[in-house]
Design a protein around this ligand. Sequence first.
Ligand code: HEM
Length: 385
Amino acid sequence: PYEYFGRLRETEPVYKNEMWDGWIVTRYEDVRQCLQDDEHLSVQVEADRLRDSSLDIPQTKEMFPKWIIYLDPPDHTKLRRIIGEAFNPEMVANQRAEVEEVTNSLIEEMEQQAPGEIEFIEQFAHQLPVHVICKIMGIPLEESDDLGKWSTDIGLTLFHYYNADNRHERTEQSIREFTQYLQEVVKDRRENPQDDLISYLNQAEADGEQLTEDEVVATAVLLLFAGHETTTKLLANGVLELQRHPEQMQLLREDPSLAPKAVEEILRYQGTSKSLTRGVVKDFELRGKQIEAGDRILLSQAAANRDPRKFDDPDTFDITRGSMEHLGFGHGTHHCLGAPLARLEARVAFSQLVQAFPEMKLATDEIEWTRSPLVRGPEELPIQL
Ligand code: HEM
């Protein structure tokens, strides 16, 4: 994404791409401005586009438009308030002990395989987020394998994995199973509320209004999905970049207090979220280009996060940089609500991993990236411990 979109950023920062049939925006200032522009741009029309398509995926078409990421204000506001309250700083801080414990136990399992080779995504990057989000939501850990599969399959359609076989059918099947499963959990928590996020969603109110049972199920599916796919990829991208820059890994090992800055730099330099899309609902002008209602826009965070107008020496990976102004978690109305949780997991994971495995090395130079225009992460990450 860096070469092509980087070139556009320098030559045609607002570019009409005929193949994609939409605009590509690549400069930091423009991407940021578009992300807070609810007057001209909409996420809801992106969900409408899927609903109006000829794809035979009825459950998916019903589920996606209920998700907060596909709602424009004012519909968006109620859910944002409810979910935002749940992911408050205190709740996230309370997860620290759990995150540390899970990280330790995953590292212990890996240590038993040292100095051998492991598949980092399968053994660590996937496990930590799924464990933490299950715990928060109140889902028994025995279900985490199913959950992992369901989430991965949802990503096939949501993130446009264009080379995955039968991706729409797989998404549909998983949405159906996921919904059935969560309907039962939601019913159970209505009768026996626990100290978990599903029970909270059942009774939460914004402006005197509660969520319907359907909305609770849809929101729970979204949170379980959002809570782990993206974080898994961030953990993998981080380990990959630390391996590729051994002097930076050494710095982090010597000074674990650099972990928060290192996480921000990974989000900027090799973030999970490469691009976000929006539909245009009202004509506007950007850098002299006329953008019309009905057009689509792709906002390239990957290019924006390496815009030299914003970041000095942007193609250098420097964990001491510490800028939190990257757009890795989006910006504005839909800015990631799980950012504090993702940050916590990544900070704990990287600081413990570099201590535990000072000798770890990538077991391959050939990285196969996921084939998605929207997210970035390696398909596999074999590591020599
Ligand atoms: C929204 C990235 C982790 C929950 C977003 C958006 C981005 C993003 C870019 C904005 C989408 C848009 O503007 O269209 C990430 C990354 C993560 C991560 C890179 C990990 C490294 C999480 C976690 C959770 C979460 C752990 C919760 C458990 C959400 C929710 C929204 C969101 C609920 C929707 C907010 C809204 O529409 O108002 N995320 N996310 N995310 N994220 Fe995350």
